[in-house]
Design a protein around this ligand. Structure first.
Ligand code: PLP
Length: 393
């Protein structure tokens, strides 16, 4: 069979699912392997004296990491990016671009680990931070009046699934002289492309939907412009934040099915949200895919679907939550999200325990709140598991 002619003109831009499935496929030169091989090497031969090849040292560059970065930049519409050892490493990498007295404005209800990192970096005097409710226009305007250098956004927020207007915040932040970084972990490029909405940098915990199988911890930081991408690469090498070849290989493998996984998991989440909304033991459901959700309209304006994360408040106290979680058989009681299996967690004592009680109260995270990362198990089995747990609560 004739080799694919890579120089033939493109008739139409390929869709996201096609680009994810075919990323790096058929690019192996030495052996013509369809699937790109794994390069487990820490160092590379130089071409000769004073002649460095394209790859020299594993912390700086690796073909698997480069392939994954290029696939993710393509899907996010970025100029360049760095694959890191974790999502937190990607977020901390971006903070390296700022000076000690630069102000960062972050959501008051951001991921607990990000909240902890910002709080402790600020305590060290390595940056300044202002946590605000970014859905409150007056509070956001007041924070922007302080002339921050960076605005961090997370939408939908974790764990309350609040949606903020990305286009509007980018406009306001840029007018105030700040760059905007979006943590797109909850949606993935399959549901939102923050750079197209005006953001300067996108980060992911690729541990979640991008890898999708709960067997790798990783991250990525992607910049809209190549100058910022180069700075990110410089700092990643300088601090040794880059991801491993094996993790990159696995993550690219997972990425191929991202769109298909998201379609199924999201369809399940919609059904689950409706089931929970009508359940007598549920006080409130947080899911922007419900028409009654305050974020529904904005979700439609900036996302191509609501995603597969939802939260709900159980009627009762902390003991009821404990009994409910202990009664589940199918759902795994675990932090993290975005894998094909359903995970359930109690944010107050698990994902967000790094936040102080006061910060948690301000963010609206109650003891009765439960978060679900909706998986691919048959939806009737998921509902049956929840129904049994409700009846035993
Ligand atoms: C929204 C969000 N951002 C960042 C992270 C951190 O990612 P990692 O655990 O890969 O360091 C998480 C982890 O749960 C997350 O949920």
């Amino acid at each position: 069979m004739a080799d694919k002619d890579k120089s033939s003109p493109q008739t139409a831009p390929k869709s996201g699912p096609t680009r994810a499935v075919t990323a790096e496929i058929g690019t192996d030169v030495p052996f013509k392997a369809v699937t790109p091989p794994l390069y487990m090497t820490s160092t590379y031969n130089w071409l000769g004296f004073e002649q460095k090849g394209p790859y020299d040292y594993g912390r700086t560059v690796n073909p698997n990491r480069a392939g994954l970065a290029s696939a993710l930049c393509d899907l996010e519409g970025g100029a360049g990016g760095v694959v890191t050892a974790s999502g937190m490493a990607a977020i901390d990498l971006v903070f390296n671009l700022f000076q000690a007295d630069d102000l960062i404005v972050a959501p008051h209800d951001c991921y607990g680990g990000t909240h902890r990192l910002l709080t402790h970096r600020a305590l060290q005097g390595r940056l300044r931070v202002e946590f605000v409710d970014q859905g409150d226009e007056a509070a956001l305007s007041a924070a922007l009046a302080l002339k921050p250098k960076l605005v961090l956004i997370e939408t939908p927020s974790n764990p309350l699934m609040r949606i903020i207007d990305v286009r509007a915040i980018c406009k306001q932040a840029h007018a105030a002289g700040a760059k905007v970084i979006c943590d797109n972990t909850f949606l993935s490029p399959a549901r939102m492309q923050p750079i197209a909405l005006g953001c300067d940098i996108v980060v992911h915990s690729t541990t979640k939907y991008i890898n999708g199988h709960s067997d790798v911890v990783g991250g990525v930081a992607i910049a809209k412009d190549s100058e910022t991408a180069e700075q990110l690469a410089w700092w990643a090498n300088c601090c040794g934040l880059t991801g491993s070849p094996f993790d990159s290989y696995q993550t690219l493998r997972g990425l191929r099915t991202l769109y298909a996984r998201m379609d199924i998991q999201e369809a399940h989440a919609v059904q689950l949200a409706k089931f929970l909304q009508n359940h007598p033991k549920v006080a409130h459901v947080y899911y922007p895919g419900l028409a009654s959700d305050p974020g529904y309209k904005l979700m439609q304006a900036q996302q191509s679907g609501p995603g597969a994360m939802l939260s709900f408040e159980l009627k009762g106290n902390k003991d009821s939550v404990g009994r409910f979680l202990a009664s589940l058989k199918l759902y795994q009681l675990a932090a993290s999200l975005g894998g094909i299996e359903s995970l359930i967690c109690h944010p107050a004592t698990m994902t967000h325990r790094g936040m102080s009680d006061e910060a948690m109260e301000i963010a609206g995270i109650k003891e009765s709140l439960i978060r679900i990362s909706v998986g691919m198990e048959q939806i009737s089995d998921q509902i049956a598991d929840l129904e049994t747990a409700f009846s035993e609560t």
